[in-house]
Design a protein around this ligand. Structure first.
Ligand code: ARG
Length: 476
């Protein structure tokens, strides 16, 4: 049946019947893509301006449509927008409403398809989201650097295989997480360059017979570059996959910080004391103080990795060009960005208020066995081949553990070592000795810190952010 029922659909000319409820229920994307309404409206503004520039839309019509777009944006931002049942996504909803408000709205979609439109919206949204996430990553990295400065000469055991290995400065340990975050920041900036390409003007897939100018729309939207292949422009979601990877890896880094804080807050380790505002109690056990933020930072990584693998699986095997499968890009992207943002904010709060029990750390690092490598290196410095030195010290460790005496006594009594070497076993000495570049001694960390801050400043205020045309759209 032709007529009013199908009139609301953008393709009502071709169809005599209206869509089934089952189809509408499955394909409805408005509940989530309405999140991109600002980007959608920005894209439409750029498009109608371009249409006027190239002579396809009279300036009076343009102004009429721009005014209607302002009204629709207002309605959407204040929650007064009334959705029609035919609005299957944000793009149809905006166009339908603009056309109700302004007859010239019927010209708004000239030379445009929802295929290049949605790609444009997602790119704009992602660009804003990357800026927001990057700000939060930089904030966490700064907090870590601040805590490292505060840590001064405090030290703790460094671990391999979760076994005490060699003592390291607390600042050194904290900064190890900082460097991972710094790489995340650089990766996000790199991804941003590939996000920042306008697909608008690609049409449904093949460009247009009308004299559109994709460069003009790209300029209006502050894109740094313009698509070169219309087929690729509408079907490419590499940028979403790439951002999901970057967020998943960031999530993995946050998870590793989380796991360590869980461990460090146990009674057994007791290396940290969580601030009340960033920990929880138990509904039953009055003594409990639980590290929920750290656990969630650990747990959320699974969901982020899931979003990446989900999207890659959706993309694999898709023929060119646009396929409705691509609508599955948005929910994982939005959720990944939300997840990372919440986690970053909470973890930053937790780490900026956490108390480091440096006495407990120092006590844990005081075991003389932690200085065994220093003894071996002391022998090497006096000419012994390392393999022999390793065996000399290893044997003393074995004898000490076997009950023959303290390691210090055995070292003092050994003619190859003696009391000068035994002095290395005193608590707090060995940590000061690994002063090589990037090493764990407090003195080496001073140098590391300045390089860290320099690279962080560069990543935050570097050329990627300051180039013109990189306006922030603010993802919400
Ligand atoms: N809601 C769609 C999406 O998110 C918009 C594009 C629809 N295009 C189409 N030809 N049906 O991908």
């Amino acid at each position: 049946m032709a007529g009013d029922q199908t009139r609301g659909q953008l393709w009502h000319g071709r169809f005599a019947g209206s869509p089934s409820e089952a189809l509408q229920a499955l394909s409805d994307s408005f509940p989530f893509d309405c999140r991109m309404y600002r980007e959608d409206i920005a894209g439409s503004r750029a498009h109608v301006r371009m249409l006027t520039d190239v002579g396809l839309l009279h300036p009076a019509e343009r102004d009429e449509v721009l005014a209607a777009l302002d009204t629709v944006e207002q309605e959407l931002s204040t929650g007064t927008f009334v959705r029609a049942s035919s609005d299957e996504d944000i793009h149809t909803a905006v166009e339908r409403r603009v056309t109700e408000l302004a007859p010239a709205g019927a010209k708004m979609h000239t030379g445009r398809s929802r295929n290049d439109q949605v790609a444009t919206d997602v790119r704009l949204w992602t660009r804003g989201a990357l800026d927001d996430v990057s700000d939060l990553v930089a904030r966490l990295a700064r907090t870590i650097a601040d805590r490292a400065v505060e840590a001064g000469d405090a030290h703790l055991p460094g671990y391999t295989h979760m076994q005490q290995a060699q003592p390291v400065a607390l600042a050194h340990h904290l900064l190890a997480h900082g460097w991972a975050l710094l790489r995340d920041l650089e990766r996000l900036a790199d991804a941003r360059r590939r996000v920042d390409v306008s697909p608008l003007g690609a049409g449904a897939l093949a460009g247009s017979s009308l004299p559109l100018d994709p460069v003009i729309t790209a300029d209006h939207l502050g894109f740094a570059a313009v698509f070169d292949n219309s087929l690729d422009a509408v079907s490419d979601r590499d940028f979403v996959a790439e951002v999901l990877f970057d967020l998943a890896l960031l999530g993995v880094h946050l998870s590793r910080i989380g796991e360590e804080m869980v461990l460090w807050s146990t009674q057994e380790f007791g290396f940290v004391e969580l601030d009340d505002a960033f920990s929880t109690g138990s509904s039953m056990m009055p003594q409990k103080k639980n590290p929920d933020i750290a656990e969630l930072a650990r747990g959320k990584a699974g969901r982020l990795i899931g979003h990446l693998t989900g999207l890659l699986t959706t993309l694999k095997g898709l023929p060119l060009t646009y396929n409705k499968d691509l609508q599955e890009d948005k929910e994982p992207l939005f959720d990944a960005v939300d997840t990372v943002r919440f986690t970053l904010v909470a973890l930053e709060g937790m780490l900026s208020t956490i108390g480091f029990r440096t006495d407990r750390m120092a006590a844990a690092a005081a075991s003389p066995y932690a200085a065994a490598t220093d003894l071996a290196e002391w022998l090497v410095a006096r000419g012994m081949p390392f393999r022999d030195a390793h065996s000399v010290v290893g044997e003393l460790v074995r004898r000490s553990l076997g009950g023959e005496g303290s390691l210090a006594d055995l070292v003092t009594g050994d003619t190859r070592l003696g009391s000068e070497a035994a002095a290395l076993l005193k608590p707090g000495i060995s940590v000061t000795r690994r002063t090589t570049r990037g090493g764990g001694a407090p003195a080496a960390v001073v140098d590391q810190l300045s390089r860290f801050k320099q690279r962080l400043d560069h990543a935050v205020g570097g050329p990627d952010q300051s180039e013109p045309g990189h306006g922030r759209t603010g993802a919400r």
